[in-house]
Design a protein around this ligand. Structure first.
Ligand SMILES: Cc1cc2nc3c(=O)[nH]c(=O)nc-3n(C[C@H](O)[C@H](O)[C@H](O)COP(=O)(O)OP(=O)(O)OC[C@H]3O[C@@H](n4cnc5c(N)ncnc54)[C@H](O)[C@@H]3O)c2cc1C
Ligand SMILES: Cc1ncc(C[n+]2csc(CCOP(=O)(O)OP(=O)(O)O)c2C)c(N)n1
Length: 580
């Protein structure tokens, strides 16, 4: 069948199962907008900024496990996508970005709204394409989706010159993909699995160090099986919250710079870390040379470049977490069946004691509203199916610490790039992907102001979600560092909690606006917000600006130097924990 290039793009997207595109049109991408009127079943969500469109595609991908799609015109439209692309690259989020480009004869000519977007995005995409011939459109789209969604997921950009979109093309759907240079290894090597299980059986103080790769692999059931079979304690990184239920007795919670004492110290004292889709990030390891000094390492990752990147490994296993964790669980059950399970009651007892002595703690003073309290109540009044999205800063850490995560794909945030402004558009994308679930964005007042314009999209497109602004009037996370490490010399961090008026701003966008000043008002406001279904809601929680995020391992310090925070009296501070 002969199609216009632009129709071929949409038909190929349809064959890939795409149901929604988040975007903004412009001169170079206009040919794709015409068939969207009546020749394509794909929904287009008109965003208010391309950055919003990119993060919405990410939120959709996080929440559904499918590839999210965003679209922009050439030049400034395309460059506005750079931040979401970099974000998706860092956090392994599968998205495809379509960009219009100036016609091929003038590419390289500084034509109107020309930007070399394939050049610009090489470092922030998994791969990108400039489609020079109309006959390459369909195959390129097919390859883009394949690359975005397989192996280590990530963003792929397809740049489409206007003349290519306007040309006639024979539509042929390639049944097979042939990319000789791209064959990710997904099946774990059985001999390596067996070596890993030997180490697990020999370990006295093992910890499963679970990362975002477990979520990307949809391997939560396999992880539960492995942990339960070996009675293996689990830590979940910021990117893996929900990969293992917080309510499970083996769950130690989040490790790292703002992890809890037990998770951090369990890794420090472990004699074996089994890293599953985790990348030994500096926010987790602290000072690398002092990280988990006595631990042997099993490292499972689908990306061979990650293995040994930061920490030498005893047993490397390249493969998809779903396959490898299932094999580990199976082999472990078999060996334990033959030889018995090791007795690790001393280790488990030690972990329980740390949990009892050093829980996450904050002081709820009667006259001050604490951000942690707001998160706790937002969670307590929600069900396990509520999706929690966050921005970047103190509120993100409070959410990661105090929300109780029970399921994968119900926590969405920006970990690697740490992109302020992520929450509102990502929440919108998540709601499009999971329309029957409630979506709550926990945001900072600084972050909110970076992408709040997408509330207009939410209103016009009828995509309702709740934004809880933990409004401390500051760029709180930076303020906290100035307080701790710059002698309280505050510089460039005061925002003013009253400007803008968040209630009026919400109302201006057609959302419901509410303000909460004291702890007594919290529950009623949340209940009211949760009862609204036809519009977005913004709650302006006026939280204590002095509140910090603790525990904290200062940047560059060893994890043994963890600061528990002001809620712990000096005589309660643990000192260096001995090995049991
Ligand atoms: C303000 C701030 C504070 C932070 N503090 C903390 C903190 O205290 N604790 C913390 O944990 N993080 C923290 N982070 C996040 C941190 O920066 C990193 O993003 C995070 O630690 C990385 O998580 P991860 O190791 O799980 O890796 P991810 O970035 O999720 O990477 C996943 C890994 O899994 C692999 N993978 C992907 N898919 C598969 C698959 N199907 N099968 C196998 N492998 C796969 C990938 O190749 C990659 O190596 C903070 C971020 C911010 C912005
Ligand atoms: C786009 C971007 N700019 C700057 C930063 C640096 N930064 C990290 S956290 C933070 C403060 C965030 O403030 P707010 O949204 O109010 O959240 P809070 O920390 O107060 O909870 C800043 C400026 C960033 N991560 N992203």
């Amino acid at each position: 069948m002969t199609f216009k290039g632009a129709d071929a793009v949409l038909k190929a997207l349809e064959q890939e199962g795409v149901e929604v595109i988040f975007g903004i049109p412009g001169g170079a991408s206009m040919p794709i907008y015409d068939p969207l009127v009546d020749r394509s079943p794909i929904r287009h969500v008109l965003c208010r900024h391309e950055q919003g469109a990119g993060h919405a595609a990410e939120g959709y991908a996080w929440a559904t496990g499918k590839v999210g799609v965003c679209m922009a015109t050439s030049g400034p439209g395309a460059t506005n996508l750079v931040t979401p692309l970099a974000d998706a690259k860092m956090d392994s989020v599968p998205i495809v970005a379509l960009t219009g480009q100036v016609p091929t004869p003038v590419v390289g000519n500084d034509a109107f709204q020309e930007a070399d977007i394939t050049g610009i995005t090489i470092p922030v995409t998994k791969h990108n394409f400039l489609v020079k011939r109309p006959e390459d459109i369909v195959e390129t789209i097919r390859e883009a989706f394949h690359i975005a969604s397989t192996g280590r997921p990530g963003p792929v950009l397809v740049d489409l010159p206007k003349d290519v979109l306007n040309a006639d093309v024979e539509y042929v759907w390639p049944e097979k993909i042939n990319l000789p240079g791209y064959r990710p290894t997904t099946k774990g090597n059985n001999r390596q699995v067996s070596e890993a299980v030997k180490l697990i059986l020999a370990a006295e103080r093992p910890v499963l160090y679970v990362g975002g790769g477990v979520i990307k692999a949809d391997a939560a059931p396999e992880l539960l099986e492995l942990a339960s079979t070996g009675r293996l304690p689990v830590v979940t990184t910021l990117m893996a919250r929900g990969a293992f239920p917080d309510s499970n007795e083996l769950c130690l919670g989040m490790p790292g710079m703002h992890g809890n004492y037990t998770a951090v110290t369990a890794m420090q004292r472990a004699d074996l870390l089994v890293a599953l889709g985790a990348r030994f990030d500096d926010r987790v390891t602290g000072k690398l040379s002092a990280f988990a000094p006595n631990a042997k390492i099993v490292h499972v990752d689908v990306d061979p470049a990650e293995i040994g990147k930061n920490r030498a490994v005893d047993v490397p296993i390249v493969g998809d977490c779903k396959d490898v964790i299932a094999k580990l669980a199976h082999e472990l059950a078999k060996r334990q069946g033959e030889g018995g399970a090791p007795d690790r009651s001393a280790w488990i007892g030690q972990l329980d004691e740390w949990r009892r002595k050093y829980p996450l703690r904050y002081g709820q003073e009667p006259d001050r509203l604490k951000p942690q309290y707001c998160v706790e109540r937002l969670r307590a009044l929600a069900d396990d199916d509520t999706i929690c999205v966050s921005g970047v800063g103190q509120h993100q850490m409070h959410a990661a610490q105090y929300w109780r995560f029970e399921k994968p794909r119900h926590w969405i945030n920006s970990g690697g790039l740490g992109t302020m402004g992520f929450a509102v558009p990502a929440a919108m994308g998540a709601k499009v992907g999971q329309p029957d679930k409630r979506v709550v964005a926990i945001d900072g007042d600084g972050c909110f102001q970076m992408t709040a314009q997408e509330l207009a999209t939410s209103n016009t497109e009828k995509i309702p979600f709740i934004t809880a602004i933990l409004n401390n009037g500051y760029l709180g996370m930076v303020r906290q560092w100035q307080e701790l490490f710059f002698d309280e010399r505050y510089s460039g961090v005061y925002l003013n909690p009253d400007v803008p008026d968040y209630v009026k701003l919400a109302e201006a966008y057609g959302a419901v606006g509410m303000r909460v000043d004291s702890p007594e008002e919290v529950d009623a406001a949340i209940e009211k917000a949760y009862a609204v279904e036809d519009r977005s809601v913004v709650i302006d929680f006026r939280v204590d600006p002095r509140e910090g995020v603790f525990p904290m391992v200062p940047a560059g310090a060893s994890n043994d130097e963890i600061i528990l925070g002001p809620e712990f009296a000096p005589h309660e501070t643990p000192g260096e924990a001995p090995i049991v």
